[in-house]
Design a binder for this molecule. Structure first.
Ligand SMILES: *Cc1c(COP(=O)(O)O)cnc(C)c1O
Length: 357
């Protein structure tokens, strides 16, 4: 019988910080498709561009890779409740894995700044949801304080178990391609994922599986770009809510990943993010949430600046599914709402409307 993907803990048991006594809480995360994107390769003048489509995880974002580890370890330590601060996807994931584990989840989200799809996931999985009067950074401070002083386990990416689980995406890239890409591109919020990919690549490098590590290119939204400005941003502002983070939790880890990989950080405008969001949907066939288009938008910006050598092989992580924040797709370039046209049920009229007649 064909056997199905068993989730990242079972698939990478020997390469994660787990042992036989660790309870495995999984929803089958990981094993996501690496999709070749020739239209994007052509646009940026690279030989190959591949998208690591993390929206195909059980709750629709890469957060599940870290959450299976964090919740499994929490349950192993006897936790009855987990807590996280979230711009949306962490809470969706924490709520689902807590449900699978039969424990409580508490999520702290910034008031009014969370996409409807993500909120509905946390509600569906019966999280206790509190909207905090403040931004993500305030939510994280609060979650940390509660977990330090009360019986509730923190599952944000400051928890090293999250980074451990997320590094498995790099293993998958290497297994599928059989070589290390020249450049790996991704959106950056707290920079946990940026740091996790680098950790995964470095482990493969140290094990002799690959001869080089990719240059890590991380992109932020212009109004929320502490890595570019070199200092925290007090009131981060962008339509890309998943990366609307002014004071990244994995700041030092990410700086060292950039240095060791000869990588870089950059930023793009919201308009560039939305342009790429549409390009990925219309020309590549992959529907992502706006935040997830930030990496590809940055890649295009760097290509236009002449920074993408011809012959480059590039992997771009697209972090979350388009349905999570679907309303962006229903607007045109000018921000006007898109409505399907209404027609009668007469074939002639419909053919005429479609320009077939
Ligand atoms: C969490 C998230 C990010 C940012 O990841 P970090 O590890 O915080 O840098 C980007 N895109 C999506 C869709 C996310 O959910």
């Amino acid at each position: 019988m064909a056997h199905q993907w068993r989730g990242v803990i079972r698939e990478y048991f020997d390469r994660l910080d787990v042992d036989a006594s660790t309870p495995i809480i999984t929803l089958g995360e990981g094993g996501t498709p690496l999709v070749e994107a020739p239209a994007l390769a052509k646009l940026v003048g690279a030989e190959e561009v591949w998208l690591k489509v993390e929206g195909m995880n059980p709750t629709g974002s890469f957060k599940d890779r870290g959450m299976t580890m964090a919740v499994s370890k929490a349950v192993g330590h006897g936790a009855k409740a987990v807590i996280c601060a979230s711009t949306g996807n962490t809470s969706a994931s924490a709520a689902a894995y807590a449900a699978a584990a039969g424990i409580q989840s508490v999520v702290l989200v910034p008031e009014g700044k969370i996409a409807l799809g993500k909120l509905s996931q946390a509600v569906a999985h019966k999280a206790q949801i509190l909207q905090v009067q403040g931004n993500f950074d305030d939510c994280l401070d609060l979650a940390r304080a509660l977990s330090e002083n009360y019986p509730v386990h923190l599952v944000n990416s400051v928890n090293p178990d999250r980074i451990e689980g997320q590094k498995t995406a790099a293993f998958e890239v290497i297994e599928r391609l059989g070589y290390a890409p020249d450049i790996h591109v991704l959106p950056v919020g707290n920079a946990g994922n940026y740091s996790a990919y680098f950790k995964g690549y470095l482990e493969d490098f140290n094990a002799g599986v690959i001869k080089t590590v990719p240059k890590m290119w991380g992109f932020q939204a212009d109004g929320s770009a502490p890595f570019v400005y070199g200092t925290p941003v007090k009131n981060p502002d962008t339509i890309a809510t998943a990366i609307r983070i002014g004071n990244p939790a994995s700041y030092e880890l990410a700086l060292s990943a950039r240095e060791c990989s000869l990588g870089e950080f950059g930023s793009v405008l919201d308009s560039e993010i939305l342009w790429m969001h549409r390009f990925l949907s219309q020309e590549v066939g992959v529907f992502v949430e706006p935040s997830s288009a930030t990496g590809a938008a940055g890649l295009l910006k760097n290509a236009r600046a002449g920074k993408v050598p011809a012959g480059s092989k590039i992997v771009v992580t697209v972090t979350g599914h388009g349905l999570k924040d679907a309303l962006w797709a229903l607007k045109d370039e000018n921000g006007n709402e898109i409505q399907p046209q209404s027609v009668s049920n007469r074939a002639e009229e419909v053919a005429e409307r479609l320009g077939l007649a």
